[in-house]
Design a protein around this ligand. Structure first.
Ligand code: M6R
Length: 610
């Protein structure tokens, strides 16, 4: 996720672009840059770090003009650096582009363009587009961009300018957001509405597969194939703060709703087009010998990331048959863990800055182990210090309660499990295809499960006064119960406990009395009957049971008080859809209790102390 701003008009272009980027810094902040067209010359200034670094640089290197584009970056391909910051340019310096998304076929395009003599300055996927434009440009930027659209694959919001057409900016959108702010004798482009609200409340929201040709006095919209489309103007009525949250009341709710996209982005380019295998390409430095030699995996993490690790254990053990221990980072390093030569350490951390997790990472490295980091932040300490890194492409997570980071961590762990299994020859082709097509369908399933929100909102309202609640499940549903309980405690302050459903009768059943809410997760087909018996145990003590199961399971409704139905997925992949109602439940319970959802008491987003 990155932030994009463009402007054409009479104002000070630097001020409009930098002001807009400041409103979008929540979308990414590892580097920033600006390109302007001034006196027939494209000037580009970029800087690694926060936007303030770019602003300081611009004081030393001022830019002017009537047209400009700017970008704040959230790195996916290539570390945060001046070179990798956007805008990117072609060899001649005539074009400048900014991009949010992932160009999936950038490696093959790069090879093609290198063979034609183009010279690359960055490690990004984006730069190929600048050179492709240079290669295809025929004096008509619009026609060139239609041709470019036919060559690039993946997700993009792309904005391009050239000194050869000083009254034109072109913006294209496929699976990444873009809006056009409509002014009088001026027009604006941005990833999100807050960036333009200071100047206009009239916007076009570009739909997926659309592009816009923006001049100072006009905006025309087209499909990516170049056919004209007419658009309705959206009159924005939100205030600026609500707009930053995309119109949602809280960042947490926005981030819950971003999960289908985050899951899709995390899968992008990591599954072969024919679903025959997982491809990590240059992301991992592992040799085939190394992959075969791993005899144990220690997953080390904290909080929600630790819960993701538990699901990872279930999936890796089932598919790749490698024993996995999942360790709480603050405990692991103090107990002199037993690691063999061939133990792989996997640290999971959204922020990549959690002190306990970093300490475990450093300890493992000091013992000579290979460390893989799964993190959401490219330039984080975990990403820099680990031997290998797999990035979850969730985009910045602002709310303290982790949501989209968790689901994307699961996606990476699934990919890793299939990768180990395929490289070690443990899965037949049919099962790999079944798993990978199932994974490719997860964004859609995540989207469908968001429809349960009204039911959960009502349930949370009815139930927000309770002080104790229980989450139960078996297998991965138990791990999901732990995450559901943590989310509820963290933001609603309702006491919640998670239990392996079969374990209740060994003590905790004593706490079940009339009306105590029990959330029972029942997505594991092979454990269905057993979990049902455990539900009967709590029902017999008059608990109020909310069951969570797949659509089509009519039987559960007879044993519980209310049911949440999930879209059908393979049981092994179900955690991704099961967790979303649990996040929504916690969210609506916190709202009903009037809590500060995004900043719960006593907690910080990134825990950088031990
Ligand atoms: O950035 P990390 O993933 O390392 O953070 C770990 C935990 O602090 C974090 O997951 C925490 O449990 C969340 N706030 C839970 O929602």
């Amino acid at each position: 996720m990155c932030g994009i701003v463009g402007y054409i008009g009479p104002r000070n272009v630097k001020d409009v672009v930098i002001g807009g980027l400041a409103k979008l810094e929540y979308r990414g902040y590892d580097s920033a840059g600006i390109a302007t067209l001034d006196n027939d010359k494209v000037s580009v200034v970029k800087s690694v770090g926060r936007l303030s670094n770019l602003e300081e640089k611009l004081e030393r290197t001022p830019v002017g003009g009537h047209l400009g584009i700017g970008h704040t970056r959230w790195a996916t391909h290539g570390r945060p650096s001046d070179e990798n910051a956007h805008p990117h340019q072609d060899c001649s310096g005539r074009f400048a582009i900014i991009h949010n998304g992932i160009i999936e076929n950038y490696l093959s395009l790069r090879e093609e363009l290198l063979a034609k003599g183009h010279q690359f300055k960055s490690e990004t996927d984006t730069e190929v587009v600048a050179h492709l434009i240079e290669e295809l440009y025929n004096g008509d930027l619009f026609a060139t961009m239609v041709a470019v659209g036919k060559r690039i694959k993946g997700a993009y919001a792309l904005v391009v300018m050239t000194k050869d057409e000083p009254d034109t900016i072109i913006a294209m959108r496929k699976a990444s957001p873009l809006i056009i702010g409509l002014g009088d004798g001026e027009n604006f482009i941005a990833s999100d509405i807050p960036a333009v609200l200071e100047y206009t409340r009239r916007v076009y929201v570009l739909a997926d597969g659309e592009m816009a040709v923006i001049h100072r006095n006009s905006v025309e919209c087209f499909t990516l194939a170049g056919e004209a489309v007419s658009k309705d103007v959206l009159e924005v009525t939100w205030d600026a703060v609500a707009a930053e949250r995309g119109g949602y009341d809280h960042f947490m709710l926005k981030e819950i709703h971003e999960q289908p996209k985050a899951i899709r982005d995390t899968l992008t380019g990591r599954i072969a087009p024919d679903y025959s295998r997982v491809v990590f390409g240059e992301e991992l430095s592992w040799t085939p010998e190394f992959v075969r030699s791993v005899d144990r995996i220690h997953i080390v993490a904290c909080g929600t990331s630790w819960h993701a690790g538990l699901v990872g254990k279930a999936v890796i053990e089932q598919l790749a048959r490698i024993p996995v221990d999942v360790e709480i980072a603050s405990e692991y390093r103090y107990r002199n863990p037993i690691q063999s030569e061939n133990t792989l350490i996997v640290v999971i951390s959204q922020s990549g800055e959690t002190a306990d997790t970093l300490a475990a990472l450093r300890d493992a490295k000091a013992r000579g182990r290979k460390v893989l980091a799964i993190t959401n932040v490219v330039g984080s300490s975990a990403a820099r210090e680990a031997d290998d890194v797999l990035i979850t492409r969730a985009g910045p997570e602002i709310a303290v309660a982790s949501t989209k980071a968790y689901t994307t961590q699961l996606v990476v762990l699934y990919l890793l499990a299939v990768y180990f299994a395929q490289e070690r020859g443990l899965l037949d082709d049919t099962l790999i295809r079944e798993l990978l097509t199932g994974m490719a369908a997860l964004p859609q399933a995540a989207d469908q499960v968001l429809d349960t929100a009204p039911q959960l909102e009502q349930f949370a309202k009815d139930w927000s006064k309770v002080e104790d609640t229980f989450f139960i499940g078996r297998g991965v549903d138990y791990y999901l119960s732990l995450e559901g309980a943590l989310k509820l405690k963290e933001i609603s302050y309702i006491h919640a406990e998670a239990y392996a459903a079969g374990e209740l009768k060994h003590g905790t059943l004593a706490l079940i009395t009339e009306g105590v809410p029990v959330i029972a997760l029942v997505t594991q087909t092979d454990l269905y009957e057993k979990t049902l018996s455990n539900i009967k145990e709590v029902k017999a003590r008059d608990a109020f049971v909310l069951g969570v199961t797949f659509v089509g399971d009519e039987a559960l409704a007879k044993s519980v008080d209310q049911v949440i139905y999930l879209p059908k997925t393979m049981p092994l992949l179900s955690p991704i859809v099961t967790v979303i109602p649990l996040q929504l439940l916690a969210y609506y319970a916190a709202v009903a209790r009037g809590n500060d959802v995004d900043k719960p008491r006593n907690l910080a987003k990134s825990v950088t102390v031990e």
